[in-house]
Design a binder for this molecule. Structure first.
Ligand SMILES: *Cc1c(COP(=O)(O)O)cnc(C)c1O
Length: 240
């Protein structure tokens, strides 16, 4: 027994407190447990403690874990790492959502492949429609050269490419802000994502905002996050 259960409880408390401090309904912020590089035993422990949504970054690892955890039909994997088009086929078979669509070509490939792999009812996240695959557009709000995510100027065309695919549903926007030692430094980037959402149809069209990690979850919740992606605070530091 590791301390995942107690860490998870502490993170839930952090999310709830942040929501209350921001005058938001705590149920409007969902927790994505980022399990990359961590063994399936720890995922099972979090599952036993009620956690259902898990984020993974690497396709090979995601496929291996999905197979190892196939006995848990309502466990939901979210792809949160950079996705190459030649890996899309492996991903659509096992995920409940993709947070990292950053080009029209990736949207087209996902649309093509998701058509033959409807998301099973027990694996659907709340914003999913029918068996369609919910996808979020990753936006590089900080304009960092080494980071993935589409430039804000391309957002409109990526959104349109997603909406042109009958097997995808447009769920919202995602970002990873530039690192700042002070978590408050992330806030302007979260606010920038909210402004982009408002400029592209608002919450009606883009209901989900995936933003906030261990270091800056309070800032993200204050700005309006609907999914926070938390790894270290739940599973401990990563060594690889
Ligand atoms: C690893 C990762 C996280 C989790 O980061 P922590 O700081 O460990 O909470 C969240 N989002 C993405 C995209 C990641 O790659």
């Amino acid at each position: 027994m590791s301390d995942v259960t107690s860490r998870l409880a502490a993170v839930r408390l952090r999310v709830r407190s942040a929501a209350q401090a921001a005058g938001r309904d705590p149920a409007s912020v969902r927790l994505l447990a980022v399990s990359k590089t961590k063994p399936v035993e720890l995922i099972r422990e979090a599952y036993a403690a009620g956690q259902r949504d898990f984020g993974e970054n690497y396709v090979q690892e995601l496929a291996r874990k999905a197979e190892a955890l196939a006995d848990l039909p309502d466990l939901r994997f979210h792809m949160i790492g950079h996705l190459q088009r030649n890996k899309v086929r492996q991903v659509v078979r096992v995920v409940s959502a993709v947070h990292t669509v950053d080009s029209t070509r990736l949207a087209e490939e996902l649309g093509k492949r998701a058509g033959s792999c409807p998301v099973l009812p027990e694996r659907r996240i709340p914003s999913a429609v029918d068996g369609r695959l919910p996808v979020l557009v990753e936006v590089n709000v900080g304009g960092e050269a080494q980071k993935s995510g589409c430039p804000p100027a391309d957002l409109g065309s990526v959104i349109n490419a997603i909406q042109a695919e009958p097997s995808l549903c447009l769920a919202g926007l995602m970002t990873v802000p530039p690192h700042t030692d002070d978590p408050a430094g992330a806030r302007p980037f979260f606010d920038a994502l909210v402004a982009l959402r408002d400029a592209h149809g608002g919450a009606e069209r883009l209901p989900e905002l995936s933003m906030g990690m261990t270091h800056d979850l309070e800032q993200a919740v204050a700005a309006g996050a609907t999914w926070v992606r938390i790894g270290t605070a739940i599973f401990g530091p990563r060594t690889t």
